[in-house]
Design a protein around this ligand. Structure first.
Ligand code: FAD
Length: 438
């Protein structure tokens, strides 16, 4: 059996790894000159950075399995930290939640009840909310916005802002007033509601290219798979009992491109046109990453800090200490998720504003940054709205399978969703092959 994978992001790579691992011949077509898609390493002005700071969670089960399978050691490539959310406000720590090393569910209950900067009422309400979400009745049947869900469950104050709303924006990349409560509830159940290890933060210590794409490419080629970079696929044609790309016949094709790119390829065939129409209804959200290079002695008190503790119209959301994580001392990465006022600022003003907000939150003099680099991913993820329809992995066109973060129906656009979708498409093809041969 020969399979073409279109797209060399984490979904396409996951599909190609799973297929080559099962002895299937794979050709992977990637339009860009490098692998990784929306989670890739970038070289800018002689610096090795990422197109965006990424956070993984202990709950990323399939991603961690695949990292190990391709020989990337998660214990070295990821720094595992117990979940800790710290929002300094210039006068100590305005809000801090840390999950202690206790077995589930005690770690979460204790973490919520001992959070600083929130009232006892808020803490009890948050613990009850989480319990309800973990029960069957808690996941909203009729999807609504996350803001409505939080209102219904009496979530207010700092825990609402710095825990639920911050997690919503970080995980769904969509503002709570627009984000899907159903997907948020699923995400919380699998992460915060999972075992203790599932709640851990996993922060990359290497750039994203080294984390998975490079190791995956080595794994695929070692098993006879081909990686074809700079090869944009314009059409998936019909072939004798199969499909063809650039005139080459394949038994099956995994289309693993972002939803905004999948539509054009799907629209060309009547059997997949319905999926193209479905994707035409998708909206998208941006993510901005602002790298600031400070003198090497500049460090944060924790590798990941929340900004905007005082809620006074601040722009900053999170800042990461790349020195503590990746060994590039003095490099901080500010992350701005979802649409917002930050998009209206030019690069120098944006970097300057975030610098001032951080200095004020830490209440200390920060030396001026020496360089800055702003990366704006305008269509970073699909907007994770209530009731957003998702396509099936097996398309209505024989032999054509879909993969990509948007295909994984219960999750927002994340690395784990991308990897799961790629693995699911590969297993679907392997299962179909076995059936055909039986
Ligand atoms: C700035 C940023 C920050 C993020 N932060 C996080 C985070 O902290 N945690 C997290 O879990 N997720 C995060 N995400 C989301 C995560 O990166 C994505 O969900 C994931 O990378 C999507 O992978 P994918 O393979 O589905 O799609 P993509 O990465 O988009 O891969 C599709 C690939 O297909 C290629 N392609 C497109 N058209 C064609 C064609 N016609 N022919 C051949 N190739 C084609 C593209 O070049 C691309 O390489 C973030 C995303 C961004 C942009």
């Amino acid at each position: 059996m020969r399979v073409a994978v279109v797209g060399g992001g984490w979904a396409g790579l996951a599909a190609a790894v799973e297929l080559t691992d099962a002895g299937v011949g794979v050709a992977l077509f990637e339009a860009a000159k490098q692998l990784g898609g929306r989670a890739r390493g970038v070289h800018l002005a002689g610096r090795r950075l990422d197109n965006g700071q990424h956070i993984l969670l202990g709950a990323y089960r399939e991603t961690l399995r695949l990292l190990r399978r391709v020989g990337a050691d998660p214990a070295r490539a990821l720094r595992r930290l117990p979940l800790e959310l710290r929002f300094p406000d210039g006068a100590g720590s305005a809000f801090r939640l840390r999950l202690p090393p206790l077995p589930a569910p005690w770690h979460l209950a204790t973490g919520l009840l001992t959070a600083t900067g929130a009232s006892p009422r808020e803490k009890i309400a948050a613990a009850l909310f989480m319990r309800r979400l973990q029960g069957r009745a808690g996941v909203p049947v009729d999807d609504c916005s996350v803001a409505t869900l939080l209102d219904r469950h009496g979530q207010h104050g700092r825990l609402r802002r710095h825990l639920w709303e911050a997690l919503c924006l970080a995980a769904l990349n969509t503002a709570p007033a627009q984000a899907s409560a159903r997907i948020f509830a699923h995400t919380l159940r699998d992460s915060l509601g999972g075992d203790r290890a599932a709640t851990d933060l996993l922060l990359p210590t290497v750039d994203l290219g080294r984390l998975f794409p490079e190791a995956a490419a080595g794994f695929i080629t070692l098993r006879g798979g081909e990686i074809r970079l700079g090869r944009r696929v314009a059409a998936i044609e019909a072939a004798d009992r199969g499909l063809a790309i650039h005139g080459e016949r394949f038994d099956a094709v995994v289309l693993a491109v972002a939803p905004q790119h999948a539509g054009a390829l799907l629209a060309r065939h009547p059997r997949s046109a319905a999926d193209a129409r479905l994707l035409a209804g998708y909206a998208f959200e941006p993510i901005g990453t602002v790298y600031c290079g400070y003198p090497p002695e500049v460090r944060l008190p924790f590798p990941m800090l929340g900004l905007g503790a005082n809620g006074d119209g601040a722009l900053g959301q999170w800042v990461f200490d790349r020195g503590a994580l990746c060994g590039t001392a003095g490099v901080l990465a500010f992350v701005l998720s979802g649409s917002g006022r930050w998009q209206t600022l030019d690069n120098p003003r944006l970097a300057d504003t975030l610098h001032r907000e951080l200095a004020s939150a830490l209440r200390r003099h920060l030396p001026p940054f020496v360089w800055s680099q702003v990366i704006r991913e305008r269509r970073a993820t699909f907007s994770c709205r209530p009731g957003l329809p998702r396509p099936q992995a097996a398309s209505a066109r024989a032999g054509l399978w879909l993969a990509g973060d948007y295909v994984c129906a219960d999750y927002p656009a994340t690395l784990e969703a991308a990897v799961r979708s790629g693995v699911a498409a590969a297993r679907g093809i392997l299962g179909a092959g076995e059936t055909a041969g039986a």
